[in-house]
Design a protein around this ligand. Structure first.
Ligand code: C5P
Length: 401
């Protein structure tokens, strides 16, 4: 339902700007409230008059126009918006926001806002595939900006490939999905663990693994966007914690165990994406270990299995685990659901290239305790986060019903 939803539509300077007239008109038909912001370049493709007629509101173009009622325009637009859609979003716009450059009304509005921002790129294929543009998209995604498209097809420049702006009808459908799920985790507390753990051997060395933390951070950010209070307990990663989550940094499996046990009672849901070390060195040397002979062996002791411990005390809480395997994926995942008393488990094959551990994409299966198995085709970790949370929401619904 978009009725009454306050949306700022930002238009940057691409030929696809003409499609945004249709977008604004379709959003209005759904009774959304629309304010349009255009960049200077966008005005060369289509006039503000078109958008003021279609949106029913004056179009904002200039940072320094003297606003009525002495309001600061980018701040008032940023506060007013529940969502900001940038369509078309050029490589220039994406690059500016990714670099923190706010030099016009559109970039300042986006950067001053806590609204959900949906970026709908449109550009030439080579430009879209340029590693710098791709890196900017990755960076923004990591900070919670959502991307929709681009689609494949004939481009205005005569090339064929990925870069077409998504059709207005599809954008409206996407927005309806987004607004529909808004708030479905309100009044719920979700605990997420993420990243690797580090098990110290001496003051400089440790045992760890290649987990990037991206799956967990995506789930934490998405759960917060869907209204949950989120506690993110994370091992060391290179990621920025998503906005508005309670961030608890930890280092070792024992630290993670202690923090999880302390916070679990206040939670409705726990999602354990962390790649926890199963073992730690039996003792930690106070000084740097010196090389002695040709070989050396390490004595290791078991770490607590945090998830199994939660399984024993979960009560009515929803418990979600992850299973990263290189063989017998589904068989091991099913075994873990039962053994650890889980409601859901997400299983990934870590031998697949381009997905899983240190990647932005993921694929695999989601299994539930009732015996159902659903395939998750290759998708971004952000998209997968929404699918996992959809399942959690439906389990919470059953619980309270
Ligand atoms: O048994 P396995 O390590 O494959 O199970 C993976 C799941 O268990 C993940 O959800 C992981 O976060 C959790 N786990 C844990 N504590 C451990 C080992 C794994 O919570 N010591």
């Amino acid at each position: 339902m978009l009725k009454g939803t306050r949306i700022v539509v930002g238009i940057s300077g691409g030929i696809a700007a003409y499609k945004s007239a249709d977008l604004v008109s379709r959003l209005r038909k759904k009774s959304a409230l629309i304010k349009v912001v255009m960049t200077k370049r966008a005005e060369e493709f289509i006039t503000p008059l078109t958008f003021s007629s279609l949106s029913g509101n004056e179009v904002a173009t200039d940072m320094f126009s003297c606003p009525k009622e002495r309001e600061i325009q980018h701040i008032s637009l940023a506060h007013w918006a529940e969502y900001i859609i940038i369509a078309p979003a050029t490589a220039n716009f994406i690059g500016k926001v990714a670099s923190g450059i706010a030099d016009d009304l559109l970039t300042t509005t986006v950067m001053a806002s806590k609204a959900g921002v949906v970026i709908v790129p449109a550009m030439n294929t080579n430009m879209y595939n340029n590693p710098i543009v791709q890196r900017n998209i990755e960076d923004l995604s990591r900070h919670g900006y959502l991307f929709f498209g681009p689609a494949e097809g004939n481009l205005a420049c005569g090339d064929k490939g990925t870069g077409r702006m998504e059709e207005p009808e599809a954008i409206v459908e996407y927005m309806e999905g987004l607004a529909g799920v808004k708030g479905d985790l309100e009044n719920r507390t979700v605990l997420v663990t993420a990243g690797p753990t580090r098990e110290a051997l001496d003051p400089v060395r440790f045992l760890s693994n290649a987990s990037s933390g991206r799956m967990g951070y995506s789930i934490a950010g998405t759960a917060a966007r869907r209204g949950a209070r989120v506690i993110l307990i994370s091992g060391p990663t290179n990621l920025e914690p998503p906005p508005s989550v309670e961030f608890v940094p930890v280092v070792s499996a024992l630290d993670m165990y202690n923090e999880v046990m302390r916070r679990f009672p206040e939670c409705d849901v726990a999602i354990k994406t962390a790649a926890v070390s199963d073992y730690r060195p039996a003792s930690v040397s106070q000084h740097k270990i010196k090389k002695t002979g040709d070989g050396m062996s390490l004595a290791l002791v078991r770490n607590p299995d945090i998830l199994s411990e939660l399984g024993k005390i979960k009560g009515g809480r929803i418990l979600v685990g992850f299973a990263a395997e290189s063989t017998n994926l589904l068989e091991y995942a099913r075994e873990k659901i039962n053994k650890k008393n889980l409601d859901l488990i997400v299983a990934n094959d870590i031998t697949r290239k381009g997905t899983g551990f240190d990647s932005d994409a993921n694929e695999g299966y989601i299994l539930d305790s009732a015996g159902a198995t659903e395939e998750l085709p290759r998708m971004s970790k952000m998209q997968m986060a929404d699918i996992i949370l959809d399942k959690v929401v439906s389990l919470l619904g059953k619980d309270s019903g």
